[in-house]
Ligand binder design. Structure first.
Ligand code: GAL
Length: 687
């Protein structure tokens, strides 16, 4: 089953025909067909053009576009057009406009100018979604619904009175009586005891630090409030067009929205990713978010937006050098995407994004960008057979949004330097560099098929989550400052690691964050398999541990913690009480014990992933790379049969179709790999 009814891999981009005179449309669709575009995202910001006055609709132009697309073999990822309310709505009802934490109402003139809790806004979106669904339900171009756009991009939260009332309703559903809230929020601190919900507000700007439990509930509420907006529109689409899959485009690893919850509510996971071409390591960070996208439903996903070249919203917007746009697109496929789409089809003539790159640049078909577009379109056709193929990973990284929100509460932590994305990346980078596949899992998620589970941090941890980790039974690595608080952000009795204490066999006597720039030496014991006495370095965070029932793998050397335990192990559970500059020695030893193998042997700069029988080798380096293939196969990009030592040119790739593997023989795999592995089983509850 594909992501949509369109066969093969999806290719195309956001298409904004309303920004162009009609005579340009014919050229657009002709060139789309020439480039092999098979999907266009339309009407994302079109509300004011579709409903220019309340209840008056002008669908003629969109009808013509939908027809034209269909005539040229292009399917529509049709937006419900609700990403920006029209001017008439916000002027009629100024309460639709969002209010910031300091109480300033933001004006119209950009996009996402709405309060997520506004009943007027919600009602108007649902009405428009219904009109759209009823109008296009039978249209042959309609292949997917695109609700709103990048929720929380500009508007994650609104602090107006309407939002305050909504927040209070949400709080009373969570905490029951006001005393429930008082207990959960610890309002005995700083004299915040409430006697009625009417007294409770969003965490608006206050004289000093705001109660972190209030901020935490606000984070949960804001994610839920936007999800309600999504669900309201989705319910209408489901009712009118039950067979059309629904998506909303995610923003990689976004702090504000709990994507585990969000992904469960949509049919297709789609993502927008904008790695900075000027950053030579940006392909590593983006690979982590691609692995998250694949893991959200444990099935293929869609790269719905990326840039063909430069974006327009950085301080300096670097273009993509030759080969990079193609390589980055192949990278998304390598990590489980079933399509590579772009913002946007035709480069804009006006507005804030007129310098943002596009598949069809200002220079038209004479440009290098256009030649890249044609090349990628042709490559994606060659790769069509990979659509639907599954990735298997034996290593899981735990990512839990609630714990993340707790960890990064402002102004009340032992150190503000612990940032979850960086903690995840510290483990992901060496795995990525060696070609070990990684899944992301939520705390409490499915660990079947994983041999190694890494918890970079689980600041907030319940007894059930601790039990889930204890039940895993494989090789577990837990990072520092975990098991500290409960879901109300209250410190567990006895302190950290709270419910993880029995599993880890250690207690944290005192957190020992390090000032910026200070380096703490950590000496590994020979037992780790590293060189005897190998010295590592830690920065930012250390802990004074009391070792209760664990062996000590490494001790601090010098400094305040000289001689204290830094890394411990109990059975197959390794605990790090510090942030190492490089986790590789600890990680490789655990991977070796667990028998986890990379999917290929690759030199620095080459990324290796496997989807079913397809091996992706991506050379991100600016010079050619040599790879020794473990198994022969056909390179789908060139049609050549390859085996043994090969050379991959700079910023180029090989996508090798290998023979289906016999039982147990998949490099890096756990079980049987047959042709059946290329079919992704639908997850529970999917249509
Ligand atoms: C995304 C957005 C698009 C476009 C793009 C530019 O965040 O969804 O509409 O603005 O960025 O990079």
């Amino acid at each position: 089953m594909g992501l949509t009814r369109v066969p093969g891999l999806l290719f195309g981009g956001d298409y904004n025909p309303e920004q162009w005179p009609e005579h340009v449309w014919d050229e657009d669709v002709r060139l789309m067909a020439e480039a092999g575009v098979n999907m266009a995202t339309v009407a994302v910001f079109s509300w004011s053009r579709l409903e220019p006055r309340r209840g008056e609709y002008e669908f003629g132009w969109l009808d013509r576009i939908m027809d034209l697309l269909h005539e040229h073999g292009v399917a529509a990822d049709l937006a419900t057009a609700t990403a920006t309310p029209p001017p008439w709505l916000v002027r009629e009802h100024p309460g639709v406009l969002p209010v910031d934490a300091a109480g300033t109402r933001l004006d119209f003139g950009s996009r996402q100018s709405y309060c997520p809790s506004s009943p007027v806004f919600r009602e108007a979106t649902v009405r428009l979604a219904r009109v759209m669904a009823e109008r296009y339900r039978e249209h042959p171009a309609l292949a997917m619904w695109h609700i709103s756009n990048e929720y929380a991009d500009h508007t994650l939260e609104c602090f107006c009175e309407e939002s305050a009332r909504h927040f209070r309703r949400w709080l009373s559903a969570r905490h029951g009586s006001i005393d429930g809230l008082n207990a959960a929020w610890g309002t005995s601190c700083w004299g915040q005891h409430y006697t009625s919900y009417d007294q409770v507000n969003p965490p608006r700007k206050a004289p000093g630090p705001v109660n972190p439990a209030q901020v935490l509930d606000w984070r949960r509420f804001c994610s839920d409030a936007l999800l309600e907006c999504f669900e309201l529109e989705k319910a209408v689409l489901r009712e009118v067009t039950p067979d059309i899959p629904v998506t909303t485009n995610f923003m990689s690893i976004l702090h504000g929205l709990d994507y585990w919850k969000w992904a469960a509510a949509e049919d297709v996971v789609s993502d927008d990713a904008y790695p900075d071409p000027a950053d030579p390591a940006s392909h590593v960070a983006v690979a982590l978010s691609y692995d998250l996208m694949r893991s959200l439903k444990r099935r293929p996903w869609l790269l719905l937006e990326q840039a063909g070249g430069a974006v327009s919203w950085r301080e300096v917007n670097a273009p993509k050098p030759p080969g990079m746009m193609r390589l980055h697109s192949l990278q998304a496929l390598a990590h489980g995407a079933d399509g590579a789409m772009f913002f946007q089809w035709r480069q804009a003539k006006y507005g804030p994004e007129k310098f943002h790159s596009a598949l069809l640049p200002h220079g038209g078909t004479a440009s290098r960008g256009w030649r890249d577009t044609l090349r990628l379109g042709a490559d994606l056709k060659r790769l069509a057979e990979i659509a639907g193929s599954a990735t298997r990973a034996e290593v899981a990284l735990v990512l839990d949004w609630e714990s993340w929100w707790g960890l990064e509460a402002p102004e009340s932590m032992p150190s503000n330097r612990l940032k979850l994305k960086a903690l995840l990346q510290a483990w992901y980078e060496p795995l990525h560099a060696t070609g070990v596949a990684v899944d992301l899992v939520p705390a409490g998620g499915d660990l079947s098929g994983h041999r190694v589970v890494i918890v970079p941090n689980l600041y907030m941890c319940t007894g059930e989550q601790a039990g889930w980790l204890a039940d895993f039974g494989g090789h577990l690595i837990v990072g520092p400052f975990s098991g500290v608080t409960d879901p109300d952000d209250q410190v567990h009795d006895g302190g950290a690691p709270g419910p993880l204490r029995g599993l880890l066999g250690v207690a944290v006597d005192e957190f020992w964050p390090l000032p910026d720039g200070l380096v703490q030496r950590v000496r590994l014991a020979p037992a780790t398999g590293g060189e005897p006495g190998h010295v590592l370095s830690a920065r930012t965070w250390t802990e004074w541990l009391r070792v209760e029932d664990a062996e000590v793998l490494a001790r601090y050397e010098g400094g305040d913690l000289d001689g204290q335990a830094a890394i411990t192990r109990r059975g197959t559970v390794t605990y790090l009480g510090c942030l190492l500059d490089d986790v590789t020695p600890v990680l490789s030893e655990v991977l070796a014990r667990a028998g986890v193998e990379p999917v290929a042997d690759v030199p620095e700069g080459v990324e290796a992933t496997r989807r079913g029988r397809y091996l992706f080798l991506l050379n991100h380096a600016t010079s050619p790379a040599k790879v020794n293939l473990r198994e022969p196969g056909k390179d789908l990009l060139t049609g050549r049969d390859l085996s043994g030592p090969i050379e991959i040119p700079a910023r180029d790739a090989v996508v090798l179709r290998t023979d289906p593997q016999p039982t147990g023989a998949q490099p890096g795999g756990t079980g049987t790999l047959t042709d059946a592995d290329t079919d992704v089983p639908p997850t529970e509850g999917e249509r």
